[in-house]
Design a protein around this ligand. Structure first.
Ligand code: MG
Length: 257
């Protein structure tokens, strides 16, 4: 069932979301050639710990996820496991996904960052994943349907010839990291669950430069593109309100696009 949140609960989720955003902002300044994904994970653990929260992802699932962030480089779509052996290289992209649990509630967001200078075609992919989110979000008003969001995301990506990952979706979020409903990045406008004030969702377009098809690596977590071309990921947690969508995981001054 879909849990509808009170304004008080949404405020608590916003507090968790501010920590998520602070982690992403801090990591955005740290990303550069030569740094390891374990270093970025350490930053997240420190900041989350100092803020009184706990990492939502650490110990999640089966096999238990071993880190506070997912760090997914280039053809890795999502769920990359941080490692001291994964050193960022000039020209790569890296998606950082982080969840924070605070005072009984989770918040979850992801950004894809450039490592140094990246090819223009990859920069466009990264920008598109972000724009897909904001185009989907623009549909997140009470009375609209989930398919309105999904279709907006899909249309913006496919218009440019990109693959939209189907095996993984956004999700409801609250007392649990993953709640009902699923929020796919593809679908039909006018179909699906009707949005209501108090729903809180994480929407997370995963957009591939090539094929939409993905594979799972032997570690049981890392999802990669089937053609080894790059993939970009962008996610925010947001609440549906009478005044429209309220995003809970952007940092002050961050520019939506
Ligand atoms: Mg998520």
């Amino acid at each position: 069932m879909v849990h509808i949140k009170s304004a008080h609960e949404i405020e608590k989720m916003a507090a968790a979301g501010r920590i998520v955003a602070a982690v992403l902002l801090s990591i955005s300044k740290q990303v550069r050639p030569g740094i390891s994904t374990a270093d970025l994970d350490a930053t997240a653990r420190d900041l989350i710990g100092q803020s009184g929260g706990t990492p939502s992802f650490l110990g999640y699932g089966q096999p238990p996820f071993p880190a506070a962030i997912c760090a997914s480089i280039d053809a890795e779509v999502v769920h990359g496991i941080p490692s001291p052996n994964r050193i960022l290289q000039e020209g790569s992209i890296i998606s950082i996904d982080v969840g924070v649990y605070l005072d009984g509630y989770h918040a979850d967001a992801a950004r894809t960052f450039a490592v140094g200078q990246i090819p223009p075609a990859v920069a466009k992919l990264v920008q598109t994943a972000q724009t897909c989110f904001w185009q989907g979000l623009a549909m997140a008003w009470p009375g609209n349907r989930l398919g309105d969001l999904s279709a907006a995301v899909q249309a913006h990506a496919e218009r440019q010839g990109y693959g939209v990952v189907r095996e993984l979706t956004g999700h409801g979020i609250g007392r649990h990291l993953h709640e009902e409903p699923d929020l796919p990045n593809f679908g039909r406008a006018g179909h699906g669950l009707r949005l209501e004030t108090g729903m809180v969702l994480a929407m997370e377009p995963m957009i591939n430069l090539g094929t939409r098809r993905v594979l799972m690596q032997d570690d049981g977590w890392t999802i990669v593109t089937a053609d080894n071309k790059p993939s970009a990921h962008y996610e925010n947690t947001f609440a549906v309100t009478d005044d429209g969508p309220k995003v809970l995981t952007t940092w002050p001054g961050e520019q939506p696009a």
